[in-house]
Ligand binder design. Sequence first.
Ligand SMILES: C[S@@+](CC[C@H](N)C(=O)[O-])C[C@H]1O[C@@H](n2cnc3c(N)ncnc32)[C@H](O)[C@@H]1O
Length: 245
Amino acid sequence: MHDKLIYDENSASTYEKFTTLVGKVAEAGETAAFLERFSCGRSALELGIGNGRVAVPLSEHGVKVEGIDNSESMLKLLANRTDQIKAWKGDIADFSSEQRYHLVYCVFGTFTLLSTREEQIACLRSAAEALDEEGALVIELPVPVLDGFIRGQRVIANLLDYENTLVNVEVHDSLKQNLTSTSLWFSGTSLRRSPQRIRYVYHQELDTMAQCVGLELAERWEDWAKGAFTDVSKRHISVYRRTSV
Ligand SMILES: C[S@@+](CC[C@H](N)C(=O)[O-])C[C@H]1O[C@@H](n2cnc3c(N)ncnc32)[C@H](O)[C@@H]1O
C-alpha cells in the first residue's frame, strides 16, 4: 500500500453516501456552529477539507473558509458545491501559508491519516504558524480502541442499515501506533474496498506534540455540544491556542 492514501474518484464519489450513513452529514451543522464561535466571523482554514461537509455550512455562517486537500477528486466535489470557498491541493503535513487565520481546524479523524509521528508534528507546526495571535486550532479525533486484536489482527462488522454492511479488517503495528485497514462496504449487490493507514494518538500525546510547536490546550470536549470529556468518551474535540509567554 502507498504510504499516503489519496481519495480517488471512486472513494470521493461515495464519500457523501458514506458520511450520511455514519451520521457525519447530520452533525455537520452542529460542527459548523461550534467552529463559528472560534472563528469570530473571521477567516478559517480547514486541513483535509474534503467535499466541504463542514466548510460549506461554516461559510454559510459568514466565515471566510479556505481549505487544503491532497485529493483532486474531493476538491472537485467541493468546487461543484460552492464557489465561496478557496481550496487548493496540498499536503497537510507540509504546508505554509502567507495568510494568518483566526481558526485552523482538522475534523473527523483526518489528523490520524498522517501515518507517522513526524508528519503529525509537522502538521501541527504548520497549523500553529498559520494562526493569528489570538487564533485557535481545533482538532476532532477518535479515542483509540484497541480491544479484540488477536496476533495483531481484528475484524469489525458494522451493520449500518438493511442495505449496507461495513466490515473493517485491521492490522495493528503497536510500535508505530499504526492501524492498517481495509474497509469492505457491501451495499445491495455491490462491494467497495478501501485501504487506509492511520496513526492513532491518545489525547495526552496530542497535547505533548502541540506543546512541541508552541501550542497549549485551552478546552477539550467529547462532542460538538460541549459534553464533558471523560474516560468513556469515544472522541475528543481539542482546542489549542498559542502558549502564553
Ligand atoms: C475523513 S476525510 C474528511 C473530509 C472533511 N474534513 C470532512 O470532515 O468531511 C479526510 C480528508 O483528508 C484528505 N487528506 C488525507 N490525507 C491528507 C493529506 N496528507 N493532505 C491533505 N489532505 C489529506 C482526504 O483527501 C479527505 O478529503
